[in-house]
Design a protein around this ligand. Structure first.
Ligand code: BGC
Length: 776
């Protein structure tokens, strides 16, 4: 380094204050007052959007509509940094005061849809596009991805999360984070931890075994921290085994930092001071940043340090981490915001939404002579369809709450079909389109306070009744019927069984009436599920010929559905969660909130209910979540974990497995044995030998997806499972343990469609961890 440059680097301002650089953090800290340190640990405030008892972020200071900021300290060259919501794209306002430009962000598929691609390369590409929009729209961190598990299908925020399985969560999470952070911005993996229900989310105590906690609920976070080095982690509102996650040193320091090596910052989910959680406990626990931030929290930190209740060393520790974070940010580095390429990103979202859609059913018309006739999809010669269901015309691109995105447009079913040359019957289209316009305007005009989320996504409009006469008219004009069943859910609310998990009476009547009349004329009926989460299907699926689960696939949804229906794309999505026959089949349903309305009422009254699943939730099912339960106890399901149909067929070779001290390497060759090009996922399920620890019958340990294979083409997939990932958590000895013995590696196209197995001897492996977070 030249003397001149060295002199420049140690330069302070005229007034003698150091200005922050990546290499002078000590110097800047030495110059900070206690008040400045406290300010840096508390966010820059919220312009006020009060949601469901907790705050959705909204501020106007630097980037309108972003969720929050850190504070600036100009005297020391410390800029404010900006956090915007995600995870399905950048959540900011599309319009800014006195600015004619627009700031729409691309609506990518919701987490569930993205994970259903089982394609980590594609997901990483989506991450790069999201990261680029975060950067170009002037934000430093995007608040996502959401890594909570689908413990139960009724959780209102399942749409933001990936799976009931921690390995899917961890591998998809790692890919997304790598993609986003490759653009020089950060993520906040959330909500750490066990935030798998929305009812009473700011108060509920999630009570579970250390084994379930470590093997299931923490595992996806652990894999993502180890595999992708996220800049930030968001601590959840709820308690875990009696302690608020936001004030829990065991979770935020012992496990996250000491065991997993996390070196970024932890921020709280958006909430203020809580009567039963002192600010000093949060600071000491390793919650570096309190969001969205209130002056009273700064005052508490200062007062507690002065009174000796809070050791300055914890403040300093967190301030240092904050400064280490700040010097990485685009805002610190002086990045000038630009305009993201929304057209290019529309192509990325379209590819991922197409690949995330799951074909649940595809049979021959009327299910006659299955050997001879082809299944109804793809419909290559389709000319005119009758489109039923209000969501055909108001297609959901995403869910409600902080996870929604202000998208430039949403391609609905009418537009998507039109773009592939298929028209919709005019009268029905006109009736529905007029109704959607009317119903949307009415919702806004009614200003119902229960509909606080009106500006936070597309609320579900009521269905309209479809009479026999209407169907009789349509069946004459259309080649096929498509019925879209939409479901909406979001932050702060869980789903009900009646009318949300299950069909409403009106929807059932619509499906039955349309099917009866269309089938009587030899015309097919296809159902599109436009939902963020699982639904009941067994009571009606026999009445229709095909079912495509399109999820909430982002702004290009209608195009992706049309591509799949007409065979332009071959579906290759697979379920990342079990679809049960009934909601009550999940063992957790009996410990899951079912009465959101009553909860809101009690909350409004300020009552502490002391009611199970509001004040506390017992995870009686332990590790038996999703397929771990259904497969071990051999319970019937509607569609198993990992399931999804294709327009082609695949054959799997006998797999090979090699085991050494590092773990297992599994390879298998997949061949396209059908007539059209397609992709297939090899899912590796492992069955452990009978040992001391009770284990599910099998567990997914890794997976890989082929490239697009032409008919007759093969690809060999090679996958790794680290030895520590074969382990279970042995509570008695507080250790990860792989018991020695013969392990079976099964390759399947779902947890219930195993093609081939291979077994290998595995040596014992143990890894001691801290004895923390045990059930009380
Ligand atoms: C949500 C978070 C979100 C934050 C900021 C909270 O209510 O739980 O997921 O990132 O608001 O908007």
């Amino acid at each position: 380094m030249t003397t001149a440059l060295a002199a420049m680097l140690t330069m302070t301002t005229m007034s003698g204050q150091p200005k922050l650089r990546a290499d002078n953090i000590d110097e800047v800290m030495a110059a900070m007052t206690l008040e400045e340190k406290a300010q840096l640990l508390v966010g820059g405030g919220n312009d006020g959007f009060v949601g469901s008892g907790a705050m959705l972020g909204h501020q106007k200071k630097l980037v309108a509509g972003a969720a929050g900021t850190t504070v600036e300290i100009p005297r020391l060259g410390i800029p404010a940094t900006v956090m915007c919501d995600g995870p399905a794209g950048v959540h900011i306002d599309a319009h800014r005061d006195n600015d004619p430009k627009t700031y729409y962000a691309t609506g990518f598929p919701i987490g569930t849809c993205l994970a259903s691609t089982w394609n980590t390369e594609l997901v990483e590409q989506v991450g790069r596009a999201i990261g680029n929009e975060t950067l170009e729209y002037g934000c430093d961190v995007i608040l996502g991805p959401g890594l909570n598990l689908h413990r139960n299908p009724l959780c209102g925020r399942n749409f933001e999360y990936y799976s009931e399985d921690p390995i899917v969560t961890g591998l998809i999470g790692t890919a997304v984070v790598k993609g986003i952070q490759s653009q020089g911005v950060g993520v906040s993996i959330k909500h750490y931890a066990v935030n798998s229900q929305e009812t009473a989310r700011t108060k509920v105590d999630e009570r579970l075994s250390a084994r379930a906690l470590r093997e299931l609920y923490l595992k996806g976070f652990e894999m993502t921290v180890r595999g992708a080095n996220p800049w930030t982690v968001m601590s959840s509102y709820n308690k875990v085994n009696g302690v608020y996650a936001q004030g829990d040193k065991d979770l935020l320091t012992t496990i996250l930092r000491d065991e997993w090596g996390f070196n970024g910052i932890v921020m709280t989910d958006w909430i203020g001071k809580r009567a039963d959680l002192p600010v000093r406990q949060e600071v000491e626990a390793g919650n570096d940043l309190l969001m969205p931030g209130y002056p009273a929290q700064v005052e508490d930190i200062v007062a507690d340090v002065k009174a000796g209740r809070l050791d300055i060393k914890w403040v300093d520790q967190n301030v240092r981490r904050m400064l280490e974070y700040i010097v990485k940010t685009p805002r610190f580095k002086g990045h000038q915001s630009g305009k993201p390429d929304l057209d290019a990103h529309a192509q990325v979202t379209r590819q991922s939404s197409t690949e995330g859609m799951v074909l649940l059913k595809n049979e021959t018309l009327g299910m006659s002579n299955e050997q001879m006739a082809a299944p109804v999809l793809p419909m290559r010669n389709l000319k005119t369809v009758a489109l039923f269901g209000v969501n055909s015309y108001d297609f959901f691109s995403g869910g409600l709450g902080s996870g929604c995105v202000n998208v430039p447009y949403v391609v609905d079913m009418v537009q998507g079909l039109k773009n592939v040359g298929v028209s919709t019957t005019p009268l029905l289209t006109e009736i529905y389109q007029n109704y959607v316009k009317y119903a949307k305007a009415k919702l806004k005009a009614d200003k119902n306070p229960m509909m606080w989320f009106l500006d936070q996504g597309q609320p579900k409009l009521d269905e309209i009744e479809i009479s026999e006469r209407c169907v009789a008219h349509e069946v004459k004009e259309a080649d096929a019927a498509i019925i879209t069943i939409g479901r909406q859910a979001g932050e702060g609310m869980d789903r009900r069984i009646d009318g949300e998990f299950n069909l409403t009476k009106m929807e059932q009547d619509m499906i039955f009436r349309v099917s009866d009349q269309f089938h009587a004329q030899g015309k097919p009926v296809i159902v599109i599920i436009n939902s963020g989460s699982v639904m009941e299907t067994c009571s009606w699926r026999d009445r229709v010929d095909a079912i495509l689960c399109a999820w909430q696939p982002g702004e290009e949804g209608g195009n992706s559905v049309a591509d799949v229906l007409t065979g332009k794309a071959n579906p290759s999505g697979k379920l990342t969660m079990t679809w049960p026959v009934a909601a009550a089949d999940h063992p957790s349903t009996k410990n899951f909130p079912q009465d959101y309305d009553m909860y809101s009422y009690r909350e409004m009254q300020g009552w502490d209910s002391g009611i199970p699943n509001e004040s506390f939730t017992n995870h009686e099912e332990g590790i038996y979540v999703g397929y771990r339960y259904f497969d071990t106890y051999q319970k019937p399901v509607a569609y198993p974990f990992g399931y999804g149909l294709s327009y082609t067929t695949f054959a799997f070779s006998k797999p090979a497995v090699k085991v050494n001290g590092e773990g297992a390497t599994i390879s298998v060759t997949v061949k396209n044995t059908g007539a059209v090009a397609g992709k297939e996922v090899a899912q590796v399920y492992v069955t452990a030998p009978k040992g001391e620890l009770d284990k599910p019958v099998h567990e997914l340990k890794t997976f890989a997806k082929t490239r697009l294979l032409q008919p007759g083409e093969s690809q060999t997939l090679t996958m790794q499972v680290a030895v520590r990932d074969l382990a279970s958590f042995d509570e008695a000895n507080s250790q990860w343990k792989t018991e020695a013995g013969q392990y079976t590696f099964s390759i399947g196209s779902s947890s219930r469609d195993i093609h081939c197995t291979v077994s290998a001897k595995v040596a014992e492996y143990t890894e001691k961890v801290n004895r923390v977070k045990e059930a009380k």
